[in-house]
Design a protein around this ligand. Structure first.
Ligand code: BG6
Ligand code: MG
Length: 219
């Protein structure tokens, strides 16, 4: 079928599920340990960026002795261990039924569906919420060397799918993720913080609004 878009590439954290709140709690706990102020404003800057880049942003407000690279690795590992404990408590009940229904609707239209996430925990999270094996392709933190706003993760997703980037729609809650989608030459749809900040070619109030956006795009 000849239509404007053939695939939808979804960010994971803060789009498919609310693991963004667990990222926040994980970073908040290590920031508290180090006496660093940390709030939602700082947290929003971490959306879409890699674990180590997130730590560097948090450390902008650190006033102690300089930290060695080994110590930074240790802090990032502690955050990830605490984060993984929270992920371990997730189950298919953490997948909003309207998200699942919307994904099924798009799949039923013949669109290819992929994940484009900076996270190295993406496959684990998808398993936890009952979406292991659901997506046609997964591009994540394990197959990229540059995180959003670099377009690499989305370009890899398109490559894995065998779809031209210009035929892909990206769904993102991160301003950095919308920038990555634009740099990849994709149509961008914002939700959550990215929508609040006015980013994206289209904006979603709720995930389920995506069905209408895709209809409006001729898909
Ligand atoms: C992104 C999140 O999806 O993944 C970021 O928005 C996070 O906040 C990044 O830093 C890396 O995640 P992980 O799970 O590899 O630490
Ligand atoms: Mg996100």
């Amino acid at each position: 079928m000849n239509r404007p878009y053939d695939a939808v590439v979804f960010d994971l954290d803060g789009v498919i599920c609310h693991t963004d709140k667990y990222h926040y709690l994980g970073w908040k706990s290590v920031a508290d340990d180090l006496g660093i102020p940390f709030d939602e404003t700082v947290n929003n800057r971490l959306r879409g960026v890699s674990r180590m880049e997130s730590l560097e942003i948090i450390l902008e407000k650190y006033e102690g002795e300089p930290l060695s690279d080994a110590r930074k690795d240790e802090i990032a590992t502690i955050k990830n261990v605490r984060y993984r404990v929270m992920l371990g408590d997730m189950s298919p009940a953490d997948l909003d039924p309207s998200v699942r229904a919307t994904l099924d609707d798009l799949r039923g239209r013949g669109l290819k569906l992929a994940i484009g996430s900076s996270s190295k925990n993406a496959k684990f999270i998808l398993e936890r919420i009952g979406l292991g094996g659901y997506f046609d392709e997964i591009s994540d933190g394990t197959n990229i060397s540059r995180s959003k706003p670099d377009p690499e993760v989305f370009l890899k997703a398109a490559q894995f799918l065998g779809v031209e980037p210009a035929k892909c729609v990206v769904i993102e809650d991160a301003v950095a993720g919308i920038e990555a989608g634009v740099a990849a030459g994709m149509y961008t749809v914002a939700i959550g913080d990215a929508a609040d900040q006015g980013a994206g070619d289209a904006k979603l109030g709720t995930f389920a609004d995506l069905s209408q956006v895709m209809t409006d795009l001729g898909c």
